[in-house]
Design a protein around this ligand. Sequence first.
Ligand SMILES: N[C@@H](CCC(=O)N[C@@H](CS)C(=O)NCC(=O)O)C(=O)O
Length: 205
Amino acid sequence: MLKIWGRTNSVNVKKALWCIEELGLQYERVDAGMQYGVVNTPEYRKMNPNGLVPTIEDDGFVLWESHSIVRYLAAKHGAGTLWPRDERTRADANRWMDWTFTFLNAFRPVFWGLVRTPAEKRDLSAIEEGRKKSAELLGMLDRALVERKYVAGDAFCMGDIPIGCHAQLWMRLPIERPGLPNLEAWFERLCERPAYRKIVDIPLT
Ligand SMILES: N[C@@H](CCC(=O)N[C@@H](CS)C(=O)NCC(=O)O)C(=O)O
């Protein structure tokens, strides 16, 4: 059976778990990372030398890097759904998956500052700078969503998964957000998905 290591409040673990749930796969999950440890054991480091989560093991095949995991599982089990058959649609999906790292560079100080740092230790100017940059970048996605329901067209696919996980953090953090109506409508569409509600749209911890 497919096995995944990673704590459920990790945004990168959420990407893999959401994908697995969308595909309706049976799986076993092992808590790992932060308070659960595991990631520094020799056994884990042998699988994933980064000591990060998530990692999956699929019938002897070990894989880490959340976006690669999403691509692998989508290609294996989701041809025509999560894995677009059309090459250009798939390239578009891949583009937004890769762009998620651009967004993450701006957004990381906001999430870490507000969720993982005690109030007295927060760098408020770094949080505000990150918030402004994140808002600008999400404006790009908002404009791309003017004429399409999902990031790579009118069907939900793997391209929505990484940025959909970070968008949940953006939408649920107690921060000022500019009005981005297309992005908000897309987020509402994601919230209609049972797998998104189960895995991604959970309280921030
Ligand atoms: N690029 C990697 C990043 C993985 C990563 O940074 N994971 C974080 C959680 S989101 C982690 O393992 N942090 C250490 C820990 O949880 O102990 C991926 O997308 O899988």
